[in-house]
Design a protein around this ligand. Structure first.
Ligand code: IYR
Length: 225
């Protein structure tokens, strides 16, 4: 049977393809090895990328699970250089204040190995910016729609997005200018949408260096019961 009714809703048979255990093991290893090569990159080549790649990456993010399947996300994709410039200037203005007075000394010390500062040239250099908005609630025909677990849902979608960017052979940085309401204004988003994350996407600049940081070992992040 391919379809049945459950609680008045049509359910379709899940087309699960059995995979041999050895292959399950090798796939999990391969994916880990691929993901372990991901690095946050802050210097971009301005080489263009076919729009279809960005569309596929955003499609992938849209496959994330979400509270009651409300899909409470909007992805703004920006290639227009004037909009990128506006975003850069506004982000740098906020970051300048953050670095000079809003961030604690401990925080700034913790960021030292990453070499960040208020300047964000990548917001203009990357061929694309993706600004992810979370929808606190939905709007359909002027009616409010309840959304659930919005932060969790959008966070998971961003994880998928970052994995898809890496899988495609591109790089990004999860930029979190704070506060980020300037993004709602520049992009003209409605009030039920709040900026969540800003990701420049592109190829790394030739000869890019990244901080020599190590990831926690499995035994430091895993507790077995
Ligand atoms: N938003 C600032 C500071 C910053 C914060 C964290 I947490 C980082 O991992 C990196 C930077 C900025 O983008 O510079």
């Amino acid at each position: 049977m391919e379809k049945k009714q459950i609680g008045g809703f049509e359910h379709i048979r899940f087309p699960y393809q059995e995979i041999p255990e050895q292959e399950v093991i090798s796939r999990s290893e391969d994916f880990y090895h691929s993901m372990s090569k991901r690095r946050t990159i802050r210097e971009f080549d301005s080489r263009p990328i076919p729009i279809t790649v960005l569309e596929n990456i955003i499609r992938t993010a849209g496959t994330a699970p979400s509270g009651a399947h409300k899909q409470p996300w909007t992805f703004c994709l920006i290639s227009d250089s004037q909009i990128k410039r506006k975003i850069r200037l506004a982000a740098e203005e906020e970051e300048r204040i953050s670095y000079s007075s809003r961030m604690s000394e401990t925080w700034k010390n913790d960021l030292k190995p990453l070499g960040t500062n208020w300047e964000k040239p990548f917001l203009e250099e990357a061929p694309y910016l993706i600004v992810v908005f979370k929808q606190s609630y939905g709007m359909e025909n002027d009616e409010k729609i309840q959304h659930y677990y919005v932060n969790e849902s959008v966070g998971i979608a961003c994880g998928f997005l970052i994995a898809a960017i890496h899988q495609a052979g591109l790089v990004t940085v999860t930029h979190t200018p704070s506060p980020m309401n300037f993004l709602s204004e520049i992009l003209g988003r409605p009030k039920h949408e709040k900026p969540y994350l800003l990701l420049p996407v592109g190829y790394p600049k030739e000869e890019t260096y990244v901080p020599n940081i190590k990831r926690k070992d499995l035994e430091d992040i895993l507790i077995r019961f």
